[in-house]
Design a protein around this ligand. Sequence first.
Ligand code: FE2
Length: 285
Amino acid sequence: MENIRKTKQIVRGMRASDGDGVQLTRIIGSPYLNVLDPFLLLDAFGSDKPQDYIGGFPPHPHRGFETVTYMMAGKMRHKDSVGNEGVIESGGIQWMSAGKGIIHSEMPEQEDGLLAGFQLWVNLPAEHKMMQPNYQEHPSSDISVESTHEGISIKVIAGNTVQGTKGIIENPFVDPTYWDVNLKQGKTLNEVLPKDHNAFVYVIEGAIIVGSEEIQGNSEKLESGQLAVLTQGENVQFTAASDSRFLLIAGRPLNEPIERAGPFVMNTKAEIQQAFHDYQSGQFA
Ligand code: FE2
């Protein structure tokens, strides 16, 4: 097989605290990997200690990009300033286009037990940064899981597999791929990604070989808690060194200037100043 993507960079996340004392691991958006166009941030949160998460994320604004919350355990209640409210339960996804601006809170809906998940920030192209806010929210039961081969399952949140399983999320801006993959030890997954999309893999459990061991210099081992940025190319191959679970995420790079300040991500400094002005003068919905 030609052009199998290999690892270009491997990073671990760094410990961080956000919201009201929520302990998390910042994997994209850190000094080691500031941005992977169109992805601006990836946080992993996971703890069975309520003091690590109970404070949640009290009301805060966003403008100019999308926040994607994938819950692996526990429940998160979200509420925004225009009356949208819901609970993302274990295995569920919320793809929120903040667009021109929302103010929302994200609070754990439980007082004990395990809370775990990811938040990914996906940039919006300049011409859609001021779009009307929009939500795509789905429980786990709505999301297709492809398991045509024994020991391989792909939960297809966004993007399409070679076998034709289609993700539930619609996003014409970066045509994302967002898969939650389980591979039993020794199994190999061969798949195809749009060749010019930026892609990364993050190992949640176990360890995988990224790339083909049959091609000189193509393969590298990736352990749990590590993220690999992949080179460009059409094909991807992953082999489980032990029973493994990982995220495979890709998207079309926007190749536009990025100006970010906290919860606002725009193209110019003037637009950031405008965002602060609009927020402080109560013009966010
Ligand atoms: Fe938020």
